[in-house]
Design a protein around this ligand. Structure first.
Ligand code: NAD
Ligand code: MN
Length: 487
């Protein structure tokens, strides 16, 4: 993009560290096995459309095998193991993740399209951090505030999306195992590879067979898993649409359910905020991971008297972002994860223009192959516009203005979602007041998209229910007597 003062030499991270197989089976009972009906699909690199590997599509019978393997491991081994021993396995996994961090980062960037800078510095370190954190809880559950002897639930069926493939796996598997459950996890169909590498890490850690099972496939495989009668706990992260289907199909069952769904977060900038820092926070909020972030700050609410300077600083900053090869260490904006997602982003952005908002992107050359979308800013957006209401899940920012804190709150909360929000101001009292008013699971103050394993994460309203992370995240995997929905 613009930055004409000097050019960067290519600095690609090597793929040589990867030992990618041409095809992968399902990970059931501690081994890679073929599916019963032999169906497969391919996963590609969204940056080049190169086929990376052939992956097995699990059918209902395969899901059943995986759930049975998890049940056996739960009853015979994992629920009987001393909590301290469970913790040791989790520490071992965390250390292997650290040891193999580079390999995991390269594979994540290849399969997902996200910049290596992010997978290397954010995703994979957080994966290790979540395993370390929950390893520590394994033998301290009686002190977690859920009674003197909290029990595991049994077999957890977990379905995750493609935006943070290995991190979402960690958010799901680490607390489940720490609490004494066993799991069957289904990664997203466009990003199955790091979950399969994680299966190898489970083998390397000598994790007892069946404690972790990985079944690959698309929506049908996910449906078979969440509807399986042998599953005691369902944990889902993905679209609100599928989340609603899962809520319906599990209603009336004994399954404990947590759903982490979409978002349309407001990033709120007051006139006393340090503008340069706020601009960095806006960029991080919506252009991190190509905006494929459920808690992305996709609605910028900026106080009217500083709107011009904030938007012009933002545009200047976007001109310095580098879009391209996800494996290049200088890349800021990688590839859109799939052709389908690109089509969705294009469609909603076109609607934004048709409805009268003003569209802007920095001058930016898109590669010929693969799926790409330039960082995009819409100004002149009103609350009625679809781009202000619907989750785009791409690098597209809608800018709205406000005059008073009360108006900012009203606009921020005017959404069916409630996952996150950001507040930028010098005034501590205003931050506390805003945090109290905002109907969002996470409120960041003078920062955005900051994650920590000790901090709970989850939604209000159509962003779902239940919390992941922190002490709160244990509750989803324990029989606490409260099987209902929190929040
Ligand atoms: P999705 O909800 O269809 O997929 C998420 C996961 O659910 C995948 O593993 C998928 O295979 C699985 N799945 C699909 N149908 C299922 C079913 N009936 N039962 C069980 N599992 C099922 O999401 P998507 O199609 O990849 O993306 C669509 C939109 O969802 C995006 O544009 C974005 O707005 C939103 N999204 C949100 C998140 C998030 O983190 N909250 C993540 C991904 C996508
Ligand atoms: Mn892929």
């Amino acid at each position: 993009m613009a930055g004409k003062k000097f050019t960067y030499a290519p600095a690609p991270e090597s793929r040589a560290i990867l030992d990618l197989r041409s095809s992968y089976g399902l990970f059931i009972g501690g081994e890679f096995v073929d599916s019963i009906d032999g169906r497969t699909f391919k996963t590609i690199s969204p940056a080049t459309e190169e086929v990376l590997a052939e992956v097995t599509e699990a059918g209902e019978a395969d899901v059943d095998r995986a759930v049975q393997a998890a049940r056996r491991a739960y009853e015979r081994i994992w629920s009987k193991l001393a909590p301290r021993e469970r913790g040791k396995y989790l520490y071992r996994i965390a250390r292997i993740v650290q040891e193999r961090a580079r390999e995991l980062a390269v594979l994540e960037s290849l399969d997902n399209g996200k910049p290596i800078r992010e997978s290397r510095d954010v995703d994979i370190p957080l994966v290790a951090a979540y395993f370390f954190y929950y390893a520590g809880w394994a033998d301290k559950l009686p002190y977690a505030g859920f009674g003197p002897d909290p029990r595991p639930l049994g077999v957890a069926g977990q379905v995750i999306p493609w935006n943070f493939p290995l991190l979402m796996l960690a958010w799901k598997i680490a607390p489940a195992l720490a609490c004494g459950n066993t799991v069957v996890l289904k990664p997203a169909e466009t990003t199955p590879l790091t979950a399969l590498l994680f299966a190898e890490i489970c083998q390397q850690a000598d994790l007892p067979p069946g404690v972790v099972n990985i079944v690959t496939g698309a929506g049908e495989t996910g449906r078979a898993l969440v509807e399986h009668s042998g599953v005691d706990k369902v944990a889902f992260t993905g679209s609100t649409e599928v989340g609603k289907m899962i809520a319906r199909s599990t209603a009336g069952s004994k399954k404990k359910v947590t759903l982490e769904l979409g978002g349309k977060a407001a990033n709120i900038v007051f006139d006393d905020a340090p503008i340069d820092q706020a601009v960095e926070g806006i960029v991080n909020g919506i252009f991190f991971n190509q905006g494929h972030v459920c808690c992305a700050g996709s609605r910028l609410l900026v106080q009217e008297n500083v709107a011009d300077i904030v938007v012009s600083s933002l545009k200047r900053r976007l001109g310095t972002l580098r879009l391209g090869d996800p494996l290049d260490k200088n890349t800021d904006v990688g590839a859109i994860n799939s052709a389908e997602q690109l089509a969705r982003i294009r469609e909603l952005s076109d609607v934004g223009e048709e409805e009268g908002a003003e569209r802007w992107s920095p001058p930016c050359e898109l590669p010929d192959r693969g799926f790409w979308f330039p960082p995009t800013v819409f100004t002149g957006v009103t609350q009625a516009h679809r781009i202000a209401r619907e989750e785009i899940f791409g690098p597209v920012l809608s800018v709205l203005t406000f005059r008073t804190p009360a108006e900012a709150v009203e606009k921020a909360n005017n959404t069916p979602y409630g996952l996150s929000a950001g507040v930028w101001t010098e005034k501590g009292s205003l931050i506390l007041w805003m945090a109290n008013q905002l109907r969002a699971g996470v409120v960041w103050a003078n920062t955005f998209n900051r994650f920590d394993p000790t901090s709970p994460f989850g939604g209000y309203k159509e962003s779902g229910f239940g919390r992941e992370g922190g002490r709160h995240g244990l509750e989803a995997y324990l029989a606490t007597g409260n099987r209902g929905r929190d929040v």
